[in-house]
Write a new protein. Structure first.
Length: 132
């Protein structure tokens, strides 16, 4: 008799894009379906739209979607790319470490919608507390 599989595991992914101001702790994020140049453009456009009267310098690592020459920057937005292997210089990395260590370490969610809900809840707490 052949083996029967009662369930098959499927993996779904979602990606959080976030920015934090190290001066006042203002925090913004988007949860998007991919990590690529197109989604990075959506995030950059949204941040520029939310802060039209601010001059924004966004610090980023050297990920390919951060360095893409096809990114179009709004008038009020500039990118500052960090040297390789220097995550300690990027303020948002501290948030990622905190969230992974305290809230998402070895967690499994029953759906992608549930994981997005949990991400949003944690982001909203950080946004309100401004813990930097």
């Amino acid at each position: 008799m052949p083996w029967l599989v009662k369930a098959m595991l499927a993996y779904e992914y979602t990606y959080a894009y976030a920015a934090v101001c190290p001066l006042d702790g203002m925090f913004d994020s988007l949860v998007l379906p991919n990590v690529n140049t197109e989604c990075m453009q959506i995030f950059l456009d949204e941040i520029a739209r939310r802060y039209p009267n601010e001059n924004i310098v966004m610090v980023m690592d050297g990920a390919g979607w951060h360095r893409s020459h096809s990114l179009t920057l709004a008038e009020n937005l500039r990118l500052l790319l960090l040297p390789p292997y220097s995550p300690e210089l990027n303020p948002i990395e501290h948030l990622w470490d905190e969230l992974r260590e305290k809230n998402f370490h070895n967690r499994v969610f029953d759906s992608i919608a549930r994981s997005n809900l949990i991400w949003s809840m944690h982001f909203n707490v950080w946004r309100k507390l401004r813990m930097w």
